[in-house]
Write a protein that binds this ligand. Structure first.
Ligand SMILES: C[C@H](O)[C@H](O)[C@H]1CNC2=NC(N)=NC(=O)C2=N1
Length: 99
C-alpha cells in the first residue's frame, strides 16, 4: 500500500516546520547553495543514499554549486508524509555540509 495524500491543512502544518522549503503545487522544493561544486555533488551523493534507504527519490537539479531538490509522491499524485520525512533528512544533510 502506498503513502496517503495529505490534507491541505496537514501540508500547511508540515510546511511551517520546514522553512527552507517552498510549496509548488504537487511538490515541495528547496535550493541549497553548497560551498563548491564538489560539495554540492557530495551532498547529492548523501541524499541519494538516504533516498535509496527510504525508497523515495527526489528530483535533483545541479547548477554549479546550487542544488535544487523537489519532492512529490508520484504514485499518490501529490504530497505524502514520505515527502516531508525525506525533506527533513535533506535539511539535516545540508546542514552537515555547512560551516
Ligand atoms: C516501487 C517503489 O516503491 C516506487 O516506484 C517508489 C520509488 N520512489 C519514488 N519516489 C518518489 N518521489 N515518488 C514515488 O512515487 C516513488 N515511488
Amino acid at each position: 500500500m502506498g503513502a496517503a495524500l495529505l490534507e491541505e491543512e496537514e501540508i500547511s502544518v508540515r510546511m511551517a516546520g520546514l522553512p527552507a522549503w517552498v510549496r509548488d503545487g504537487a511538490q515541495i522544493r528547496r535550493e541549497v547553495e553548497a560551498a563548491s561544486f564538489l560539495a554540492g555533488i557530495e551532498l547529492v551523493d548523501r541524499v541519494a543514499r538516504a533516498a535509496e534507504d527510504a525508497d523515495h527519490h527526489p528530483d535533483i537539479d545541479i547548477r554549479w554549486r546550487t542544488v535544487t531538490f523537489a519532492l512529490s509522491t508520484h504514485s499518490a499524485g501529490g504530497l505524502t508524509a514520505k515527502d516531508f520525512d525525506l525533506a527533513a533528512v535533506i535539511d539535516r544533510l545540508a546542514a552537515q555540509g555547512e560551516g
